[in-house]
Design a binder for this molecule. Structure first.
Ligand SMILES: C[S@@+](CC[C@H](N)C(=O)[O-])C[C@H]1O[C@@H](n2cnc3c(N)ncnc32)[C@H](O)[C@@H]1O
Length: 224
């Protein structure tokens, strides 16, 4: 495995933040996943799933006949994610410890691949995108949900926030991490696609799909 470079660490505060994130970003992720048109029975992978992330949102779309594989670098987070999907009653989800740079999963073995807020926390995002794209069969789908810190500012400026953001940016930069990776996603995916299919033209499309109902999340995973 690559060295563990996760920007935010894995202390108790990060675990709690990621549990809140399951709920806080569910609606945005629902909107994104609805646009993909994920089909019942599909086999999908989620890289950097954290203690739950979107595993339940993917599981409800692939249904009982499909499967979701969550991968996380952290054994602790993988265990939390297993508890989360057990609590949600989702036997179609499996969670494994693994490295997004080199998953060791069979190439072209998934109908779809998803990741959320992984690239903004790790160096060399292009390597991850390359691995990510390689996991999906020709004609399958890939979806990434990423951040860009450009709108994280106040007018008039708030000095305490500016100091915090400057320190965070300097720390990220020292780790080789790009807090603006969101704006580079199209290029990263185009590059990965070109290296996989050198002779194909780009004809990406986003089919519509009706909004699905949410799998209920147990109250202890909700925001306090
Ligand atoms: C910001 S969290 C996002 C979690 C989840 N995707 C979500 O959106 O709630 C990033 C996750 O990536 C995991 N991670 C960090 N480095 C990784 C790597 N090399 N391979 C797989 N997962 C990794 C972390 O342990 C963490 O769970």
């Amino acid at each position: 495995m690559n060295p563990d470079n996760y920007l935010l660490g894995r202390g108790g505060a990060e675990v709690e933040r990621l549990k809140r994130q399951i709920v806080m970003l569910a609606s945005d992720s629902d909107t994104q996943l609805d646009r993909i048109g994920i089909k019942n029975g599909e086999r999908v992978v989620d890289l950097g799933c954290g203690p739950g992330g979107v595993l339940h949102l993917l599981a409800e779309r692939v249904g009982a006949n499909g499967s979701v594989l969550g991968i996380d670098r952290s054994n602790q987070f993988a265990q939390l994610a297993r508890r989360f999907v057990t609590d949600c009653g989702l036997p179609q989800v499996e969670v494994r410890e693994g490295d997004a740079y080199n998953t060791r999963l069979p190439k072209a073995s998934f109908d779809g691949a998803h990741m959320r807020l992984l690239l903004v926390n790790l160096p060399q995002p292009g390597r991850i995108v390359h691995e990510f794209v390689s996991l999906v069969r020709p004609g399958g789908w890939v979806a990434s949900f990423e951040a860009d810190y450009v709108p994280h500012c106040f007018d008039p400026p708030l000095p305490a926030w500016t100091r915090l953001l400057d320190a965070y940016s300097a720390y990220a930069q020292a780790q080789g991490i790009d807090l603006s990776v969101g704006r580079h996603l199209h290029r990263l995916f185009r590059d990965a696609r070109r290296s996989r299919y050198p002779s194909r033209r780009d004809h990406s499309r986003l089919p519509n799909r009706p909004r699905a109902s949410l799998v209920p999340i147990r109250p202890d995973w909700q925001c306090s």
